[in-house]
Ligand binder design. Sequence first.
Ligand SMILES: *Cc1c(COP(=O)(O)O)cnc(C)c1O
Length: 425
Amino acid sequence: MREKSNNLFQSAVKSIPGGVDSPVRAFKSVGLTPIFIEKALDQFIYDVDGNKYLDFVLTWGPAILGHSNREVIEEIKKVAENGISFGMPSPLEVSLAEKVKRMLPFVDKVRFVNSGTEATMTAIRLARGYTKRDKVLKFNGCYHGHHDALLVQAGSGVATFGIPSTPGIPQDTVKTTLTCEYNDIDCVRKLLSNNDVACVIVEPVAGNMGVVKPEKGFLEGLREICSQTGTLLIFDEVMTGFRIHSQGAYGLFGITPDLATFGKVIGGGMPVGAVGGKKDIMDYLAPEGPVYQAGTLSGNPVAMACGLKTLEIYERDNVFNSIMEKAERFYSNLTELCENTEDISFNYAGTMFTLFFRDKAPKNLIEVNECDFDRFSRFFKFMLDNGVLLPPSQYEANFLSLKHMEEDLNRYIELLKEFLKIEGM
Ligand SMILES: *Cc1c(COP(=O)(O)O)cnc(C)c1O
């Protein structure tokens, strides 16, 4: 029964384009209409019809402690009592900046913004200002937010100048955006060979075409070629930050980017993004340097408090390792199931994973596009009807939280087995 959700959606479409404030929420790609949420607690989310779902979306990553952590909520209340926005510096942003620096040794300085999109937009401008070059290189299937320069795709696997992914982006804007397939280091070498590219931006583990892992040598290659050609390497860790390792890609792969962008977990569910990196580059930002960037609500005290408390608990309670202890068993069960079943495969990194309806785990967008999307839609619906909320697209990562228990993870496996049986797989 999703009657109230359906009624709300009927109203919503009359006042909000498509009825939602972010497209993937519309459930369009799985041929359904959205559920409207009343509340979320721990590993569960509850819709307005009173249905309870085991949640693998986790507000698209931020809720790494599980939903509505009591300590975080209490801290938010306490801080809000003193005012919800000042438009002036407050102690909380200094504390969060120091915390981020302690957790991530390659970050000398950090600037807080309001979303992941703002973070990558700022990082790109900063890279262009610092290197005095215009071109940027991104990878097909990597998502870096919805601003013009990075909302670009390329023709079928051929490195090419960007084609905008959406109407509304001038061809001129994307003329300076170059693209390669993920894991194609030869393409990168070729496109950087003229020493005229400002930066390479990459999800160190891709999460926005489903979880796709860097092959051995890919990130190392990027670091080497960028250093040789005076190109800045930007790790977009809006999704992977605190999720693939407690120190993100730096911790997992031992590779140091020039700049990194953060979002999602860093705000613990509040609108926070951040750009961090080496001092001499970061100091190019205004008012220290010439590259302009600003935000009325940036460093908002309530948002900072939420991020700070979330990261404090994350460290204090060894949250990453606790999740991984439970995840390991789950991942090995899932791996075994995939090995014994044709046409499904599976990728994971830390606390994120994607099940692909494709024989072998994909290594770039071309291969992700070979998945059986109809089957994915049926799987999504089957899980939803059985009280499990998955991200409503094959192109998304699933997330685990501290509150996901072994029985929850076993439930995913059991339901998947049942689904495979129904599908005759
Ligand atoms: C979610 C995401 C963004 C955009 O963040 P928003 O807060 O939605 O603007 C950017 N980069 C990556 C890797 C993301 O996963």
